[in-house]
Ligand binder design. Structure first.
Ligand code: HEM
Length: 508
């Protein structure tokens, strides 16, 4: 006997939640729509297929070109790629169907390969880089609630901060615009306000502390630094690069903690919510699991994941507009028609601006800025179409390949926002193949909790910028290539820092 439910079967049964009910094939989950708890005897009959395991040269990982390598391998590897690095098994799932099968159910594939910094810098108090324990799930819910609260207040802080940034940009009109400086500054203000409700003065000595922390943790995350530190943790005490990075990260973590947590806790008044930290302090008064360290942990995670991803997206939107002037003109035309010179951009505007939304979607597909997401870890053996994914294997959802699959997209290496529109120019329905295959935020229980924040924030930033200015290539310098295949996925190299010209719209 053989049956396939989303192609996934569990080797170890899970306990059914209250929203599950039994079927002939297993337990149907109302919440996920997935049948799990497949009967063990069914699994026993299943012939176990084996897949060739590649030994992957460490160089490829070190150079941040793993996603490009996988994409090449897919041609002969098919649905998934199995490989070994330093004796550890890894799987890259290459199709949307398999990513959904594996990640959409509680099968143990939602673990994480804990990097060195998670244990030694964040003291296992965050949730993004560790197994999905009950406390981690609760921390994630708190982050989601705080971000939703922020979006409901109409993204005031994003709107105000982008307006201030545009005022600064307009002063340097026609000049070379260093995308990095302005966007970095804008995001510092947005995330500082998100955490504590106010910005820091421009000359504050710790104004860059969040970026410093991100920069140091990404360096520690690099496999060439992480692998030796994870295997020989005493290296952190030595006067070598690894030790220096570790000590700097600890110091910077403490700077961030003093500035963003200690000062908020000292001045916290019950009933007054200034930002995410206050949301947490309020919850803390009723929930003992949410200790000070857990609050700091979720705050670091939100900042590390959120600021760096928003930076990549905004930078890439500006670079794409410099390269694709026709696309920029069409966005300008849509803004003029729907918003005109009105100051406030609202969620209702979004519904009337399908082309602008399609440009953001196409940027997320084309660039695939998190090409392999954050690697998951299998905490059980999991069967996929007769193959076993062994316990403790690392699993990558291969977002890069899914977003560049010839069969789905036809011309995946073209930047073409129209692929998300109907012939009449409206946005494709959400069940259309193109919309369903767009998964920049991954899928399942570990998917990004910042998706709504990111999508609404990007819409506001993009429309407000293009309402006021036109981005043009610099006159005497070349723009970097916009083809994402030219980049690696190492932070912060993934997208190049570049300069361009900004011309106020009324002058262009
Ligand atoms: C365009 C912007 C963004 C993209 C493309 C993006 C993408 C992703 C991806 C692919 C993951 C990994 C999911 C997985 O492991 O399966 C992730 C995780 C995460 N993201 Fe985002 N993200 C973005 C913005 C944000 C923002 C704005 C925030 C917060 C303000 C955020 C917070 C997080 C956190 C905390 C996690 C860890 C979730 C977990 O471990 O369960 N992200 N993101």
């Amino acid at each position: 006997m053989r049956f396939v439910v989303n192609k996934l079967k569990l080797l170890k049964p899970l306990s059914a939640s209250c929203l599950n009910f039994g079927t002939k094939k297993g337990v149907y989950s109302v919440t996920t729509g997935i049948i799990t708890n497949a009967r063990p005897e069914v699994v026993k009959d299943e012939p176990r297929k084996t897949k060739e395991t590649f030994r992957l040269p460490f160089e490829i990982i070190k150079n941040g070109r793993l996603h490009l390598h996988f994409h090449e391998c897919n041609k002969f590897n098919g649905k998934f790629t199995k490989f070994k690095v330093l004796n550890k098994n890894f799987i890259a799932l290459n199709s949307l169907q398999d990513v959904e099968s594996v990640f959409n159910s509680k099968n143990g594939a939602e673990g994480r390969l804990s990097p060195f910094f998670q244990d030694y810098v964040l003291n296992n108090d965050g949730f993004a880089f560790q197994d999905f324990t009950k406390v981690c799930q609760q921390q994630k819910q708190v982050v989601r609630a705080a971000l939703t609260y922020h979006i409901k207040t109409h993204n005031v802080l994003v709107k105000e901060e982008i307006s201030k940034t545009l005022d600064k940009i307009s002063v340097c009109s026609h000049e070379i615009f260093d995308s990095d400086i302005y966007i970095r500054n804008f995001l510092t203000n947005v995330f500082t306000r998100l955490l504590i409700g106010e910005t820091l003065p421009e000359d504050h000595p710790d104004r860059n502390a969040l970026w410093d922390l991100i920069h140091l943790l990404y360096q520690l995350m690099d496999p060439s630094i992480d692998t030796p530190l994870r295997n020989l943790p005493f290296l952190r005490f030595l006067p070598i690069k690894h030790g220096r990075l570790f000590r700097d990260a600890i110091k910077t973590r403490d700077r961030v903690s003093r500035l963003y947590f200690d000062s908020q806790k000292e001045s916290y008044k019950d009933g007054e919510i200034r930002g995410l930290v206050d949301v947490c302090l309020k919850i803390q008064s009723n929930e003992s699991w949410l200790t000070d360290d857990k609050i700091k942990g979720l705050m670091y995670d939100t900042v590390i994941a959120g600021m760096s991803e928003m930076m990549k997206s905004i930078r890439m939107l500006v670079l794409l507009m410099c390269h694709y002037q026709d696309t920029q003109s069409r966005v300008h035309a849509e803004i003029d028609e729907v918003i005109g010179s009105r100051n406030d951009v609202t969620a209702t505007d979004k519904d009337k601006m399908p082309y602008t939304v399609a440009v953001i979607m196409e940027m997320l597909r084309y660039v695939s800025q998190t090409p392999l997401a954050i690697p998951h870890k299998c905490n059980n053996d999991v069967m996929l179409d007769g193959y076993v994914i062994e316990k403790n294997s690392g699993i990558f959802p291969n977002i890069w390949s899914i977003h560049h699959d010839d069969d789905v997209w036809g011309d995946p290496w073209c930047f073409r926002p129209d692929r998300f529109l109907t012939d009449e120019g409206s946005l494709l329905p959400s069940d259309h193949k193109h919309r369903r295959t767009l998964i920049p935020f991954s899928v399942g229980r570990r998917r990004c909790p910042g998706e709504d924040f990111a999508m609404s924030g990007l819409f506001i930033v993009f429309t407000k910028m293009l309402q006021k200015v036109q981005f043009l290539p610099p006159k005497n310098e070349d723009l970097p290539s916009v083809d994402p295949r030219d980049y690696n996925n190492k932070y912060p190299l993934y997208l190049p820092v570049f300069k361009c010209r900004v011309v106020p719209r009324d002058e262009s």
